[in-house]
Design a binder for this molecule. Sequence first.
Ligand SMILES: [Zn+2]
Length: 303
Amino acid sequence: MAYPTPLATLRSRASRLGSRFGPAAAVLLYHRIVPKRGDDPLNLEVSAEEFEEHLRVLAFGYRVVPLRQLAEELRRGVIVDRNTIAISFDDGYLDNLNVAAPILQRFDTPATFFIATRYVEEDAGEFFWMRAASAPGAETVQEQLKTQRPAEQDLSGLPETSSDPLARPMRRAELRALAQDPRFDLGAHTHSHTQLAALTAAEISDELRSSRKVIESLTQQPCPLLAYPFGGPADMGPYARRAAKRVGFRAAFTAERYLIRWRTDPWFIPRFTVPSCDGVQFAEWLSRLGVAPQARYAGATFA
Ligand SMILES: [Zn+2]
């Protein structure tokens, strides 16, 4: 599927062309923070130890701001600092509350958690992609499931629960507990986490509206931020941007790997998925992306 609109294409290209010039910021995207990494066929895991090292690097050399602040700075045309970082998590795994949150709190670091809200109910089961991950031919199963509406999804034959108790979705009470910390925000990640390119404009609006409503009922606060499911260029489709705007969000995020520039489209803000790596590798990775620390991180010296 081609890029959503000609304007979005131009802005995206301009953003890429400008990537070597001027100030830049980056949004980091994590999925799961786990006590110990397992097989991880979907590449979602960073270990708690690694995550702690990442936050130590960020605390030492970077300006870490809440994602909503970065989005507002971008919307207002404020030129973001070269060393600005915001942290986000997608989907809403239980380890975000049990493992990631205490580490973030220890480092006094803000983060936004994008939640697929169909899964907040006690009886909603596990995320469909986690159930598919261990099935034979997992990749094909995943590709089929991601474009199907929930009613069309045939999950029979897939395992009900994962062997990892922290892989399940956070439910309402857990999300409320997470959102109680003023450092943490909840964002919308649609309701059912279906690829938006596979849905009609009306279905997309429903997905976004339901998701936003559930988040606002949980937090009793406005929910200004949206992350598109899957977030690759083929995943958003031609209607996502317009729907995000119309439903009343302030900004929306992809998973495309670019830096943020003053001309970045606030409806397609890119994010870098963080790999599993130690602190020194993480600092090098950030430098390669083009976000510069205020001071050089020298690993264990500052531990
Ligand atoms: Zn997701």
